[in-house]
Design a protein around this ligand. Sequence first.
Ligand SMILES: Nc1ccn([C@@H]2O[C@H](COP(=O)(O)O)[C@@H](O)[C@H]2O)c(=O)n1
Ligand SMILES: C[C@@]1(CO)OP(=O)(O)OP(=O)(O)OC[C@H]1O
Length: 168
Amino acid sequence: MDFPFRVGQGFDVHALVQGRPLIIGGVRIPHDRGLQGHSDADVLLHAVTDAILGAAGLGDIGRHFPDTDEAYKGADSRVLLRTAMGKLREAGWRVVNVDATIHAQAPKIAPHAPAMAANISADLGMDPTAVNIKGKTNEGLGYLGRKEGIAATVVALLARADGAAGAG
Ligand SMILES: Nc1ccn([C@@H]2O[C@H](COP(=O)(O)O)[C@@H](O)[C@H]2O)c(=O)n1
Ligand SMILES: C[C@@]1(CO)OP(=O)(O)OP(=O)(O)OC[C@H]1O
């Protein structure tokens, strides 16, 4: 019998490079560099996608949206997140809450956190108060501290969509 709640975690990191926009949580943030990737390189949305897919036992973002597929070149990661959420719904899950940390020496995340939470909650079909976004520096240490990239870590809790304990 399945337990009616499942937890998942997600991690992602992308390099900061010249000539790319910085898009985190679906929010375009004014900055001197942006994140490198096959898609729009939205490090937060990729970690959220992995957290919900992982909780549902549906693998990972690369399995559903391979970075070798031209279809995802420059892809809007909100579209990928909504597609992943559709797969969760088909499997009978809803997302209860999301808690995320963006590991960025710069820029400041706090001013953009409400907009990021609004985007994620809209894409997952939940109340914005159930999405918590935190920024954290790396205290100048390592590749994150040297501003060579930005990382995100996320945990997500799922519940059976019908709310039935033990529903399979
Ligand atoms: N990119 C960031 C980093 C930090 N914050 C905010 O500052 C607080 C202190 O961060 P430390 O890494 O110095 O402990 C943190 O709790 C956030 O409120 C941020 O918004 N964006
Ligand atoms: C989002 C995808 C889509 O091709 O590509 P990237 O933007 O490179 O992002 P990453 O987190 O490295 O890998 C996941 C891929 O599914």
